[in-house]
Design a protein around this ligand. Structure first.
Ligand SMILES: Cc1ncc(COP(=O)(O)O)c(C=O)c1O
Ligand SMILES: N[C@@H](CCCC[NH3+])C(=O)O
Length: 405
């Protein structure tokens, strides 16, 4: 990533903040998972169709969780057979589209089973099981256990009767316990899968390990050993395969793992000031752009590029800094804990015009951004085959007001 800055004339070429992705990193991450039979990209993490189109070239399939994501997948050229729709609820437009295109549905609630079954009996489905436990980098990203709204409880007695009633084709069992999960908890999902298969005692053709794989946001963060993780799952898959007497396909459904490290957010310092004795650096991107620090207290490494010299300032002299954005909210602070308290970051000294780079923003960066304060969505730029290309233009005022006129 660093070498990029030698190539970009930040001042002249792109004004305002922007997202930058390096596809080579996504490609490397895809290859790391190649032992899994199917890699199903959770596009919620990074949903630009230009990136989806490239990911598709590597035989990756796709998960969609909304009408918009379904259309992104179709628009990016994914075959309907390679799309799964995962949700706990379904609205009318989505239901219509899914039935028309015969898209497989990964079902997370009993009501959804009835709603689909009434208009499309025999539909191909997966069941998303809540195994009774979950984990995540934050409580808000934990998708299992009794405090989570996701999935169908692992020993729900009504489930398999309803599947029979509508003659659904049960293709697979899916367990996703959360996002940003550590190895210890990921490991338990394998055993939960085995137990579920024993419990349902039904023929399926696939199992999905879900997503959740974490990435090292901080130097000290542990990197998941993919080889071990695959072996663990492969082992369980073989046991299930023996038990059911048939071949079982093993899927994984990562979002963050594939894209987080491929992206950065480039912002510019607009003001530096002391509030009493606290030093604030205010930049031109806010939580409407990068929400994670405000929503979860997430840490993103910040580098400084001096305006004049255009290289990363690696000087060891650091000052205690609070980094904030332009929004009207006091909480628009990129350096805070999960409880909302300001957290000082030691950064090189900056002046207006210098750049702050937020690292590892390729997942849940742009895809979680909004127009709050009527701020315009910022552009996305992709580095691919040694070229920089704008893959999403900067939004303009006309776009912003279009639906209201
Ligand atoms: C059903 C489902 N699959 C996959 C993912 C991707 O998660 P991650 O980005 O942590 O891999 C999520 C997000 O938590 C999810 O809800
Ligand atoms: N948005 C979260 C991950 C949650 C994924 C949704 N299932 C993050 O930024 O870490």
């Amino acid at each position: 990533m660093y070498n990029f800055f030698k190539n970009i004339n930040l001042n002249k070429k792109y004004s305002g903040p922007f997202w930058l992705y390096n596809f080579n990193i996504i490609k490397k991450k895809i290859l790391k998972l190649k032992k899994f039979d199917i890699i199903r990209f959770a596009q919620k993490s990074c949903s630009n169709i230009n990136i989806l189109k490239l990911i598709k070239k590597y035989n990756v399939q796709i998960d969609s969780v909304s009408y918009g994501e379904l259309n992104r997948a179709i628009n990016s050229g994914f075959n309907r057979k390679n799309i799964i729709f995962t949700s706990d609820i379904i609205d009318y437009d989505t239901l219509k589209k899914i039935v028309k295109l015969k898209i497989t549905v990964n079902i997370g609630s009993i009501d959804m089973l009835h709603q689909l079954g009434k208009i499309s009996p025999k539909h191909k489905i997966w069941i998303r099981i809540n195994p009774g436990f979950g984990h995540g980098h934050n409580e808000k990203t934990n998708t299992g256990g009794e405090n989570s709204k996701h999935g169908i409880w692992y020993n729900d007695k009504s489930l398999y009767g309803i599947i029979k009633k509508y003659n659904f084709k049960l293709c697979g069992i899916h367990i996703h316990i959360g996002s940003g999960v550590d190895y210890k908890h990921l490991k338990n999902v394998c055993y939960a899968m085995m137990n579920q298969i024993l419990y349902i005692n039904k023929s399926i053709k696939s199992i999905s390990a879900g997503g959740g794989l974490s990435i090292p946001y901080k130097k000290k963060d542990r990197i998941i050993n993919i080889k071990n993780y695959f072996n663990l799952w492969n082992n369980i898959r073989n046991k299930i395969s023996n038990y059911l007497g048939k071949k079982i396909t093993l899927e994984i459904e990562p979002g963050r793992f594939l894209t987080a490290e491929s992206g950065i957010l480039v912002t510019q310092v607009k003001s530096v000031k002391f509030i009493k004795n606290k030093y604030f650096v205010l930049i031109d991107a806010g939580f409407n752009d990068l929400l994670r620090p405000v929503m979860y207290g997430s840490y993103h490494k910040i580098s400084v590029i001096k305006k004049k010299i255009s290289y990363i300032n690696k000087s060891t002299f650091r000052v205690p800094t609070i980094v904030g954005g332009p929004l009207c909210e006091s909480g628009d602070i990129f350096t805070q804990n999960s409880n909302g308290k300001i957290k000082i970051r030691f950064l090189p000294k900056v002046s207006p015009g210098d750049y702050l780079i937020f690292h590892n923003t390729g997942a849940y960066g742009s895809s979680m951004s909004s127009n709050y304060n009527s701020r315009l969505l910022i552009p996305e730029i992709l580095f691919y085959k040694n070229k920089f290309k704008i893959i999403r233009k900067k939004q303009n005022i006309k776009d912003l007001l279009k639906l209201e006129n």
